[in-house]
Design a protein around this ligand. Structure first.
Ligand SMILES: Cc1ncc(C[n+]2csc(CCOP(=O)(O)OP(=O)(O)O)c2C)c(N)n1
Length: 818
């Protein structure tokens, strides 16, 4: 039946034009689906008596009833029909459950296919295994109620809604034979990330990429509301989806027989079209953007569940979203209702007396790795090949004498990435929202352009860098890009994402979800193979937003990163081009982490040679001897810094101190690996107490100049002995259209303020160095006035280099020197 939402009238489903299922096949596929639905209900409600061999009693029912029934039947319905075509046409398909809260609808098929029992032998294919399988669902100490990493065949949890389609497209890039069947929830489709992801079809090259088959499940409701797409007219919906570039095929109704025939025939059409489009492109060698098919499955929410509960409509209503009725243990009528509901699936016809799925049903699923639950692409680490890496040392910049040369820090990285791309033309891509050139990574275009399957204009040939077979992914949707990258990584490939630092917050939540996925996969799911790390470069950073101003100043993404599992999070702030190369090389080689690298794109001072950079990055934190004069004695003050601009200002402050207060013993410490500031008990990259104390002392003032928000350093380092003497400067939301020095002064991260900090904090200096303090205050006033009058900083600042300072007595192996 189809309800016309405008008139409220109910009409019969569209007449069938084709009935590809013969009566026996129809009966079998329906029974397999009913078995899935039986398992879904069992998972939500039962802890015992899984085959209903005895009358249902209260003690068979879980104490806490958790899970989502509403989405589940449609997910299994789609799964059952995909299986038919995988077997018939020997297809390679993975399944993406957008409404992943409908995990019962996915877990059921993975159990029936046998995969679940293979990876979790105690969930065996018998009554005991079934009991365990039911009991563990959404049960303390066991699996969650979404399509979590513990679910074989899944690379998409669907807990936080909105990412299924971008994940699906990411998985199909460079996988020409793969079809990703992606069920999109109609509620999920209201989210921003999902809405923009429809455009991914403009980035699929039918010759070298696989295909995504979106299946929009219009079950009409979310948790407590109707969905928008289910309450607009058929014409409007069709026009919308056509407008996104798809050919939508509609499967609508609730009568199982008709729906099975419709789905079977529609799926045949859609898959046939995908194959025909791919064949045409591959045989002609001409890659154009086709109009890809998709399916709209309008089916009742909670399909096959109780039609009415306590006088309220249940099937086909938001009331069936989660647990349709829950007071089963205390209400005999509901216990009876549950038993009747479960018996309506006729478990005795699904499983034999031992709880084994009947052989004629077992045969419906594909076998081995053809099962969607066992498809290797959904355990991508098994397919991952190491990147063929160029030698990062070949891209080093000349950094001698230290602190005297200027380079755009990200430019050599772009050249390095170009050659990583050149060496790995089928399993590496670069992702960025329209900013590859802006972030100075444009060298990658020498090897591969931006993929663009939408219209091309003649003028694009003039510097547009677009091509049908490009491997640089650019779209102004950070959501879609990071979703693509996640799909690409989880299916076994490698990638590099870069974005403006301030706008990384657009993907805060996606970062969170991916970190959670990696953490569980790495630490709790032994059968999942390691995947390549997600590498995120934050460039166009807070300190150089001369023309963009306040809106572009936000270094807070790294704060978020420190909230997530230490097992999978890494943060690096390389101070110059050579340290950035070393960091990028190690990130690209790493697995199972999210590596966040903060490095600005503008011209900055270079501090270390590539060999020094290797040493410095290996330690992650270290004393720069040439900038220090505390050799052999306790320092009076530790000048610490983290970040490119912060390092420059700290170094400049140190130079002023050494010029004006030559007796002051200054130690200069630079941090590349931010987690070095945490105790090792908290983070695997952390420092021991001894390491930290020996660098920062246990009682001397530490003036720490940080790239980001200052309180983050306190959060990381508060357990260490000298924390009380740690005085941190960083960005504190003072900004507008500023010159670089003016911005630093406003936030008190400039050299002059740092000198004042030292005078204020080192015992005995405030009286002795009062004149120097006065001079620093004057400098602040003069520089601010100059910036406001001239619109730029003084040459002394713009061209400042590390001045010649006599070498310390102990030879330097790394760090600034001249
Ligand atoms: C981003 C996000 N916002 C809110 C939720 C809470 N939530 C869970 S399920 C749901 C309704 C989902 O509706 P739909 O996608 O249509 O799934 P289905 O109806 O198939 O359950 C909501 C709002 C969520 N999981 N993710």
């Amino acid at each position: 039946m189809i309800r016309n939402f405008k008139t409220g009238q109910v009409s019969a489903a569209r007449p069938l034009t084709r009935t590809p299922l013969d009566p026996n096949e129809l009966k079998l596929i329906n029974t397999w689906w009913l078995a899935c639905n039986y398992l879904s209900v069992g998972m939500i409600y039962l802890r015992d008596n899984p085959l209903l061999k005895e009358p249902l009693k209260v003690e068979h029912v879980k104490h806490r009833l958790l899970g989502h029934w509403g989405a589940s039947p449609a997910l299994s319905f789609v799964w059952a029909h995909l299986n038919r075509l995988i077997k018939r046409d020997d297809l390679d398909v993975i399944f993406m459950a957008g409404p992943g809260h409908g995990a019962p609808g996915v877990l059921g098929p993975t159990y029936l296919e046998g995969t679940y029992s293979e990876v979790y032998p105690d969930k065996s294919q018998d009554a005991e295994g079934l009991k365990n399988f039911f009991k563990q669902f959404s049960f303390p100490g066991h699996i969650g109620s979404h399509v979590t990493p513990e679910t074989p065949g899944s690379i998409h949890e669907g807990g936080e809604l909105g990412y299924s389609l971008s994940h699906a497209y990411g998985a199909c890039f460079d996988n020409p034979e793969l079809i990703v069947a992606c069920v999109v929830g109609d509620g999920e489709a209201e989210t921003g990330p999902l809405a923009t992801a429809w455009h991914s079809n403009k980035f699929i090259n039918p010759i070298r990429d696989g295909a995504v088959l979106p299946i929009l499940n219009l079950n009409g409701y979310k948790i407590a509301n109707p969905t928008i797409l289910a309450r607009i007219s058929h014409e409007e919906l069709e026009a919308l989806l056509r407008g996104y570039g798809y050919t939508p095929y509609f499967v609508e109704g609730d009568e199982p027989e008709t729906m099975h025939q419709n789905m079977a025939s529609t799926l045949e059409t859609a898959i046939g079209e995908i194959r025909a489009l791919q064949d045409a492109a591959r045989s002609s060698g001409k890659a154009e953007r086709p109009r890809w098919p998709m399916i709209v499955l309008r089916s009742p929410k909670g399909w096959t569940g109780p039609t009415e509960i306590n006088g309220h409509k249940a099937e086909g209503s938001w009331r069936s979203h989660q647990v349709p009725f829950s007071d089963v243990r205390g209400n005999p009528a509901h216990l009876k209702l549950l038993e009747d509901w479960m018996r309506s699936y006729k478990p005795e016809e699904l499983f034999d007396a031992n709880g084994i799925l009947r052989p004629e049903l077992r045969k419906l699923a594909p076998t081995g790795a053809k099962r969607m639950s066992a498809n290797l692409h959904a355990n991508g680490g098994l397919l991952r090949k190491e990147l063929k890496m160029p030698d990062f040392r070949d891209y080093a910049v000349d950094a001698t004498p230290a602190g005297t040369k200027f380079h755009e820090n990200t430019k050599p990285l772009g050249e390095f990435l170009r050659d990583v791309m050149r060496n790995n033309m089928t399993n590496f891509r670069v992702f960025g929202p329209d900013e590859t050139a802006s972030n100075r990574l444009q060298a990658v275009y020498e090897v591969s352009k931006k993929v663009w399957m939408a219209d091309l204009y003649p003028e694009d040939a003039d510097g547009g860098e677009l091509s049908r077979d490009g491997r640089v992914m650019e779209m102004l949707s950070e959501h879609t890009l990071i979703g693509w990258l996640e799909g690409y990584l989880l299916s076994g490939r490698h990638g590099f994402f870069h974005t403006y630092e301030a706008f990384a917050h657009v993907i805060d939540s996606m970062f969170n979800q991916h970190a959670k996925w990696l953490d569980i996969s790495k630490n709790h799911v032994p059968w999942r193979a390691s995947v390549a790390s997600q590498n995120i470069l934050l460039s166009s950073t807070v300190w150089r937003q001369d023309h963009n101003g306040f809106s572009h100043q936000d270094p807070g993404f790294v704060d978020l990163v420190t909230n997530k599992s230490p097992s999978v999070t890494r943060i690096y702030l390389p101070p110059d081009a050579n340290t950035l190369l070393v960091v990028a090389d190690s990130c690209l080689r790493s697995t199972d982490c999210i590596n966040v690298i903060v490095a600005d794109k503008q011209k900055h001072l270079q501090f270390v040679t590539i060999d020094e950079a290797i040493l410095h990055c290996a330690k992650g934190i270290g004393i720069w001897q040439a900038a220090s004069n505390d050799q052999g004695v306790e320092p009076d003050v530790v000048m610490a810094c983290c970040g490119d601009v912060a390092t420059q200002e700290s170094l400049a402050a140190t130079a002023l101190l050494r010029e004006h207060l030559p007796d002051l013993k200054v130690r200069f410490v630079n941090v590349v690996d931010l987690f070095k500031l945490q105790p090792v008990a908290e983070h695997p990259h952390g420092s021991t107490e001894r390491e930290f104390d020996s660098l920062f002392t246990t009682d001397k003032p530490v003036i720490f100049n940080f790239h980001g928000y200052p309180w983050l350093i306190h959060k990381l380092a508060y357990r260490f002995t000298n924390h009380a003497n740690l005085h941190v400067r960083g960005y504190k939301e003072r900004g507008n259209i500023n010159t670089p020095l003016e911005l630093a002064i406003l936030n008190q991260t400039d050299r002059f303020t740092l000198v004042i900090d030292v005078i204020d904090r080192v015992p005995g200096l405030s009286g002795r160095a009062a004149h120097l303090k006065e001079q620093m205050k004057n400098e602040i006033i003069k520089n601010l006035a100059y910036a406001h009058e001239q619109g730029t900083d003084r040459d002394e600042f713009n061209n400042w280099v590390w001045p010649l300072i006599p070498q310390p007595k102990i030879a330097s192996s790394a760090g600034a020197r001249r």
